[in-house]
Structure formats: structure tokens, C-alpha cells
Design a protein around this ligand. Structure first.
Ligand code: GMT
Length: 375
């Protein structure tokens, strides 16, 4: 099939997922056309069957706000026509679903039918999308999609709760390539981080308020009082400085390591002992799944779809949002001895296999084939 993929090209989970989906489809012989404003971070090097079309938004003195959505819809029209695409798959509703609707309408007038699949990822529904600035357009354009998918049951329910959606929302879970994350730790890297064999706790995110990064520091503070430990922070964003200040105030700053945005996450996960995800909401928590696939158990909140990924007492533990005591206690339980830690590591790894790329890609292909039986 010839498939157009529209996503955010940055480090966010939705962009990562969309890029990995495109790469996997290309490997299976589909022709994949990425339409984004920048080369997606995980799309590096030449990959057969993959095309990249950059959305250009020309500057003009009148535009205080360059009309990206218009430029995106026009690029969609252009690519769909010139490459004879069978289908458009947009990730993250805003503004991709409405731009897709616009492109679909334009093409219909020219006698071209282009099915649109919209995958909802989380904040496009639960945070930004709900804002009344966007809500009517979000609801309308989701309803106009030929297929709507959500990355967890929780997100599906949240979407029905927040918007008047009159169609079926299908759940297709996020996925990971388990072979990519099944790595041996690099001893040299581990030695630099934890020269005295300290346990390594890890948090990776975009450091937005919704992640409650301060809770990560608080949990770590309690853990390091009982066992020697280091806390590795990956990613960057608005709350990073607050976390640094908090570390200084608590007198544990020298045990915190901030490494910023990283591409080789599999190498980082490989040296970690425990992943902390204290979010107020996660539709799925792709980072938690990546941790599990790397044999890293997870302490998370039970918000949103996290319970569909992290299994209580098996892959780690869950607690109410802000319940620092429970999260600290459970973290210490997992880390207290090597045998317990090993048990949780293996269980996390085993559970992650359910979300392997091989299981999920055929689900998207089956959706696409509804519109293109002979492709
Ligand atoms: O986590 C973020 O804030 C980034 C965001 C995104 O849209 O890229 O992630 C969302 O989509 C991911 C992939 O489906 C999910 O794993 C994340 O849980 C979800 N984030 C939220 O719901 C806050």
C-alpha cells in the first residue's frame, strides 16, 4: 500500500510511535510517505520505501501566526495526488485530523477518495483538545475520520467522555520492538553513573507539569535514605529546572544526573534498575513500556491507561497520583535485594512481549486493508 503518515516529528511519544510504525510498514514492503514540518527524530539515514515531505510554511509580514494547518492540508493534497496514496494515517488530532478533513474535501471535489485514519494519543484529547479553543474542531474532525483509533482503553473512554463522538473508537495499543530494547548494559557507562554499584533509578519525559517530576525527586529522596542510589533524568522541558532546584534543596543534587534529550534510549534503559513515572495522566506511557522491554521494572501512578501497561506486583507497582509514600515503599521493595530485583526485571521483560511490534503492526494493516483490499 501507499500510506501517508502525519505526526509531530519531535521526541514526544506520538511522533516516536508514528515514526516506528512507518519504518515497520516500509520494511514490510509498503510505501510510506511522512508529511511533517521537520524530519522525524527517529527517521535518520536512508530507509528503502520511505519518503519524507516537508511542510513549508512561507513567512509573510502579515502572519503573526503562520498558517501551518493550511500549509499541511495543501501538502497532503499534493502528496496524495502525486504519489497516488491509498490512505492517510494521522497521529495526534490537533491539527492533523482537521487538516486531513480539509485535504479529503478538496480531493473529493476532484474525484479522489482518500480514507483517513486518526490515532488519538492522549493530550490531544485529555488536555489540549478539551480546551474550548480547540474542542469543536477536534470533535468535528475526529467524527469525520474514516477510522478512529486510541492507544488504550482508557483513552477511548476519555474520548467518549469528553467529546460527542458518534463512531466506534478502536483500541490499538502502542508497541515496541523488543529486540531493540533487549540489550546488555554497557559496563563503562554503568561505572560512570554508579561507580560504587549504586542502584540506578531513571525518569525520562518531556518534563511537562503533567509528569509531576517533583514527585520523582521526592520518591528518590526516600529511596536513597535507605539504599545507595543515583537518579538519571533523560529529556528536557519546563520543569527540569524545578527538579534541579529541588535536588539542591534536599541536599541530593550530586546523586542526580541530567543527560538531556537522548536518541539511544535502549543504551540508557539497559543500565537502569527502576523506572519512575509519576504522571498525573498518561494515555498509555510508552516510556514505561520501553523500560519494561529493557528489563526495567516500573513504579508509576495508576492514572489513565498506565494500569493497562504496568501490572501491579508483576512488572512493578502503581499508586495514586501524588502518593509518594507508597511509591517509595514499593521502589524499596523492588530494589532491596538482587533476587527480588531480578524477578521483577524478568517479569517486566516477559510482559512487554505482548506489545511487540509484530503483534501490533498487523492490526494497523488490517484497518488499512478495509479500504484497499487488493493492495
Ligand atoms: O507524554 C507526552 O506528553 C507526549 C505525548 C505525545 O503526544 O507525544 O504522549 C502521549 O502519547 C504517547 C504515545 O501514544 C503515550 O504513550 C503517552 O502516554 C501520551 N501522553 C499523555 O497522555 C500525557
Amino acid at each position: 500500500m501507499r500510506i501517508g503518515i502525519v505526526c509531530y516529528p519531535t521526541y514526544g511519544g506520538s511522533g516516536v510511535l508514528a515514526t516506528e510504525l512507518g519504518k515497520a510498514l516500509a520494511e514490510k514492503g509498503h510505501q510510506v510517505h511522512f508529511i511533517t514540518y521537520q524530519q522525524p527524530v527517529r527517521l535518520n539515514g536512508f530507509i528503502p520505501n520511505i519518503y519524507y515531505h516537508e511542510v513549508q510554511v512561507p513567512k509573510y509580514p502579515l502572519f503573526d501566526f503562520p498558517p501551518y494547518e493550511t500549509a499541511l492540508a495543501s501538502t497532503m493534497v499534493d502528496v496524495i495526488k502525486n504519489y497516488n496514496l491509498n490512505l492517510l494515517h494521522v497521529h495526534y488530532a490537533i491539527p492533523h485530523a482537521s487538516a486531513a478533513y480539509m485535504a479529503k474535501q478538496i480531493l473529493e471535489k476532484e474525484g479522489i477518495q482518500i480514507p483517513v485514519v486518526t490515532t488519538l494519543h492522549g493530550t490531544d484529547i485529555t488536555l489540549v483538545g478539551r480546551d474550548k479553543t480547540y474542542a469543536p474542531v477536534v470533535a468535528f474532525s475526529i467524527n469525520q475520520s474514516d477510522v478512529i483509533t486510541a492507544v488504550s482503553n482508557n483513552l477511548r473512554e476519555e474520548t467518549y467522555r469528553n467529546f460527542d463522538i458518534r463512531k466506534e473508537i478502536e483500541v490499538v495499543y502502542n508497541f515496541i520492538d523488543v529486540t531493540r530494547f533487549n540489550r546488555k548494559p554497557l559496563d563503562a557507562f554503568k561505572k560512570v553513573l554508579a561507580p560504587n554499584g549504586e542502584r540506578i533509578l531513571l525518569h525520562a519525559s518531556n518534563f511537562r507539569k503533567i509528569k509531576r517530576v517533583q514527585d520523582v525527586v521526592k520518591v528518590f529522596y526516600n529511596v536513597q535514605k535507605k539504599i545507595p542510589a543515583k537518579l538519571l533524568f533523560v529529556g528536557d522541558g519546563p520543569e527540569r529546572q524545578t527538579a534541579e532546584e529541588q535536588g539542591r534543596e534536599l541536599g541530593i543534587f550530586d546523586q542526580l544526573v541530567f543527560v538531556g534529550k537522548q536518541e539511544q534510549m535502549e543504551e540508557i534503559f539497559a543500565v537502569a534498575d527502576l523506572f519512575l513515572l509519576t504522571s498525573e495522566y498518561e494515555s498509555f506511557g510508552l516510556a514505561a513500556l520501553e523500560a519494561m522491554a529493557s528489563r526495567v521494572p516500573v513504579i508509576s501512578t495508576n492514572a489513565g491507561g498506565l494500569a493497562e501497561v504496568n501490572v501491579e506486583g508483576v512488572t512493578g507497582f502503581l499508586a495514586n497520583v501524588g502518593d509518594i509514600e507508597t511509591m517509595s515503599e514499593k521502589a524499596l521493595y523492588i530494589l532491596k535485594d538482587d533476587a527480588t530485583l531480578e524477578k521483577f526485571k524478568e517479569q517486566a521483560f516477559e510482559h512487554a512481549q505482548q506489545f511487540n511490534i509484530d503483534m501490533i503492526i498487523p492490526q494497523y494493516e488490517a484497518i488499512y486493508r478495509r479500504f484497499c483490499k487488493d493492495c
